[in-house]
Design a protein around this ligand. Sequence first.
Ligand code: F0G
Length: 367
Amino acid sequence: MWKGIIEEYRKFLPVTDKTPVVSLCEGNTPLICAQTLSKLVSDEVYPHTKKSSVGVYLKYEGLNPTASFKDRGMTVAISKAVEEGRKAVMCASTGNTSASAAAYAARAGIKCVVLIPEGAITLGKLSQALIHGAKVIAIKGNFDDALRIVREICEKHPITLVNSINPYRIEGQKTGSFEICDSLGDAPDFHAIPVGNAGNITAYWKGYKEYKAANISKRLPKMLGFQAEGAAPIVLGHPVKEPRTIATAIKIGNPASWKQAEAARDESGGLIDMVSDDEILAAYKLLASMDGIFVEPASAASVAGILKLAKKGFFNVRRQKPDEQRMRIVCVLTGHGLKDPDRAIASVDKPKVLEPNVDLVLKEMGL
Ligand code: F0G
C-alpha cells in the first residue's frame, strides 16, 4: 500500500526516525498519456507521418488529497514543524497552499493561519481552508502583499511559514520528478510546468538532478516554465506591480523563488515563456473535452505553453533520429478543475431547460 511521499522516498528527504510523519497518503498520482495532445504536437513536429512520434504525458497532481501538488511539500513542512515543537503555521496563498496547509495542520492538531488576497481565490479553495478549520484572513492587496506580511510575522513569532520559501516544501515537491522517472524509466526530454511563486519548478529541477546523481535516471529534461501574460515577471525581467490573469493560482508579480527558477531554466537549457489567458482557456477546454482531464486554469498553462512552442517549431529543431525512442514531454497539471467550478461554467454553454417531455428532449438531443 502506498504510504505517502515521506515513507516512499524517505532516503531523499530530510526526515529521521524521530520525525512524526503527518501524511494523507499524498503522491502516487497518475502519469497519463494524452492522446489528443500527443497527436497535436506530433503533427507540428512530423507533419508527414501518421504515427504519434511525440508522447505528451500529463502528471495529474489534482488527484492529491487536497487536489493540488501542494500536498507533497506540505506533508514534509508540517511534519518538520511538529518535530520542532511548533504549535502554529502560517502562509499567504492564491488558494491551494492554504487548502493544503489547513488540511495537514488539522491532521497534526496545530493551528493554521492563512492570508489571502481579497476576492481573488476560487470558491473550492476557500471552502477547503475554512472547513479544515484554518483562520482565514483576507487582505486588501495581492498575493505579494500577503506574503510580505506573513514573512514579517513569522520572523518575529514562533510560527512556521509554510509557503514554498520553506525549504521543506521544496524537498517534498521534488518527489514529483521521482515519480515521473519511476513511471517512464528515465527523465523525459522536456518538462513543462506553470510558474507562479516559482517553488515548483525549483523543486522539480532539484528532484531530477538528485535522481540522476543517485544513478536512478540517466538524463535530465529541459525545463519549460510558463507564466500568464499579465503576470509574467520572470519573462519580462522585472516585478509586475498589478498582476492580472484569469489563472488566479499564478497571479503573482514578484515570485519568491525567482532566482532558482532562472537557474532551473539555464542549467537545463530550457526556457520560461508566457501564455495569454485565451491560450490558457483554450488548453483548459481542450484538456477537458478531448483528453478527459479537468484541471484548473493555471494548470492548463503548461499545456498552452507546449502548444504555443510546437506551433513555433520549437520541438522540430530538437527532432530526434528515426531510430531513437519517441520524444517525451511531461506537463504537470498542478490542480483539479473542481477547485474553480465557476470558471468551467462560465466557459461553456449553459444547459437548456425544457418541459418534461420525451419529444422535446429528443429534439434537443439532435437525434
Ligand atoms: N498551479 C497551481 C494550481 C498553483 O496553485 C500554483 C501556486 C502554481 C501552479 C504555481 O506554482 O507557485 O510553485 O510556481 N499556487 C500558490 C498558492 C502560489 O498559494 O496556492 P509555484
